[in-house]
Design a protein around this ligand. Structure first.
Ligand SMILES: O=C(CO)[C@@H](O)[C@H](O)COP(=O)(O)O
Ligand SMILES: [Fe+2]
Length: 217
């Protein structure tokens, strides 16, 4: 499983150092949560922060857009150096068009599903999908408790992927720690996002190493 530290729980006054630590520990992705205070009841950071971090890291920049008009940010995010752009199915009336736009600007396209959104909505989207992000908490905040009912959803998606011979990544996001990562791994998730587990303690480096030991590639 690839590890994707989410900087939402990092020390914002010391971001460059925090990012360097998780990269040195072997994290392959950097997860960047963009929130607009409208789609979710919280504000985080926007494109300028992503652009500022880009020259300091070779990790895959995985941008999770929690905004009401995602189409307005795709081109800017691509120019800022995003590699993967994740858009919520619930945030747009034109998900297919949005996935096409993400590909057009040269990024990988990911659909994010809230806990209450069924897998069936992906049915017509598979040909445009590089990744599916399954929310294992309600989006908007770090430090929430993992919702165990979502394990079944991960298992069903992994089964579907295998059955159809598809190659998309299955990401999980929210409440991931050294216990829940193992459960998600077992069900077929391939990328684990973790914020507070990694940045909430004293050593982000040591915490990435713990996750890698439990479920790393
Ligand atoms: O997208 C989100 C929250 O909406 C996440 O990426 C959080 O940053 C995960 O934080 P933890 O649950 O791991 O603390
Ligand atoms: Fe996220």
């Amino acid at each position: 499983m690839k590890i994707a530290p989410s900087i939402l729980s990092a020390d914002f006054a010391n971001l460059q150092h925090e990012v360097a630590q998780v990269e040195q520990a072997g994290a392959q992705y950097l997860h960047l949560d963009v929130m607009d205070g409208h789609f979710v009841p919280n504000l985080s950071f926007g494109v300028p922060i992503i652009k500022a971090l880009r020259p300091h890291s070779k990790m895959i920049f995985d941008c999770h857009l929690m905004v009401s008009h995602p189409e307005d940010y795709i081109t800017q995010l691509a120019s800022a150096g995003a590699d993967i752009i994740g858009v919520h199915y619930e945030a747009t009336a034109h998900i297919y068009r949005l996935l096409q736009l993400i590909h057009k600007v040269g990024c990988k396209a990911e659909v994010v599903l809230n806990p209450g959104t069924p897998l069936g909505v992906l049915q017509e989207l598979y040909s445009e999908l590089d990744a599916v992000l399954i929310m294992t908490v309600n989006p908007g905040f770090g430090g929430q408790k993992f919702i165990p009912e979502i394990l079944d959803k991960i298992e069903r998606l992994a089964h579907l992927k295998k059955e159809r011979g598809l190659l998309f990544e299955i990401e999980v996001d929210g409440g991931i720690d050294d216990q829940t990562i193992a459960l998600c791994h077992e069900k077929g998730a391939t990328v684990a996002v973790a914020g507070s587990f990694i940045f909430g303690g004293t050593s982000p480096k040591a915490q990435v190493e713990v996750l890698r030991k439990v479920a790393g590639d």
